[in-house]
Design a protein around this ligand. Sequence first.
Ligand code: ADP
Length: 485
Amino acid sequence: RSHDKNPPNLVFTEALIGNEWCPASSGKKFAVTDPASGKVLAEVADCGPQEAERAIDSAASALPEWKLQTARERANLLQNWYKLIVEHKEALAQLMTAEQGKPLAESRSEVDYGASFVRWFAEEANRTDGDIIPATNKEQRIIVIREPIGVVAAITPWNFPIAMITRKVAPALAAGCTVVVKPSEDTPLCALALGALAIEAGFPEGVLNILPSNQAKEVGEILTTHKTVKKLSFTGSTAVGKLLMKQCAGTVKKMSLELGGNAPFIVFGDADVEGAVAGAMISKFRNAGQTCICANRIYVHTNVYDEFLAKLIVRVIALITGPGAGEGVTIGPLINASAVAKVKRLVDQAIGKGAVLTYQAELTHSTDRYYPPTILTEVDESMDIAQEEIFGPVATIFKFTSEEEVIQRANDTAAGLAAYFYAKDAAQIWRVAEALEYGMVGINTGAISTPVAPFGGIKESGFGREGGKYGIDEYLTTKYLNWQI
Ligand code: ADP
């Protein structure tokens, strides 16, 4: 029963409002399924506008006391939460693989990665320093203080069911804000498990509220238009981000938007090809290609093209597709059938326009749930696959000859989240790093995510930064005091 304090599998199925587990007032529930099998894992409360209002009220009542706690007190609670997440790593990882599909090894790393934001922002809670500014006359003192923005709403996606929540919630709580989270309808179980551990960690009631819901539009409308909510942090698709931005305009909410990417991955002529292939494997195939920073367009210089492709094929052949909990599996199912259909559409259209199917694994599993690891060559920018986020295990290879040309092609997209390149020449590295119009650039690496650095994009990939010393700024306002003494 979901009222158990901490069942061994950490499965909770009701909304968390004011530290109470609550059913939806409509009595409605929705099914959470295992993407590997379609099996129903749990029936979860389907929160609607009423629960959204209640959760916002609960966060609002908790705010006055929470923001007056010392930073150290908030940090201590975040540390407790961090320890509990790490302690329950295995149960959380199993839950994640069950509802999201990623290989168990990746789920375990995500639990660590997700927990690391809680630890990081526990530390940052103590560093929201202000300033004293030299005044313009003798009788004046000018002081700058940083205050929590207030009640925060967070809407999160399914591809990282834990980390996308902790990197919003931890800095918000550290700053002294209270939070309402609406996790993805595909992965509410990880969110609720985090909530259960937060209660156990000792957070006061109403500080963290979690609304599982299959009514994203209706709940989203409340979260984006309610006067009490002062900030919305969203990670998800660009289309939904744009809609939420419009909805937030009515009450001028502060926002952080982490939207879609279209990452170029450039291998220059003098690059360490072995390293570039390893980086491409991580960047492209992690989470079966379902990350917003996945290499979406792999540009390879003609000098190293044959070597790169030959080595990449060997590595892609070695991928093992299957249920995330399966022994040795490296590529799990995609999140649902429409995700598979989308990847198929992009690949078919590219082939129709002249791309070459250089390698495609044979599937031994359901073709509705899985997409086979694939390499497409002779890809160009006229194809949809170069313009849209693939979100599947398909490496698309483009050829180039000059730096100027590849920079122009790499930047020719509305997205500006992550980019990667492999090169050796120091002057070129500096030049290219500056020329790429992206919020994050991996140089001779395919792995850029870390809690100590600012994650986020430019252009239509959004704004705001998560992680690093910058991450907490998103939840603080700057107040200036002009004091005549
Ligand atoms: P993805 O392609 O990653 O599923 P979405 O943008 O559809 O991206 O989903 C990200 C989050 O946004 C999820 O929690 C989803 O429920 C939520 N969402 C989707 N549509 C809306 C909407 N109209 N209003 C508010 N939230 C939404």
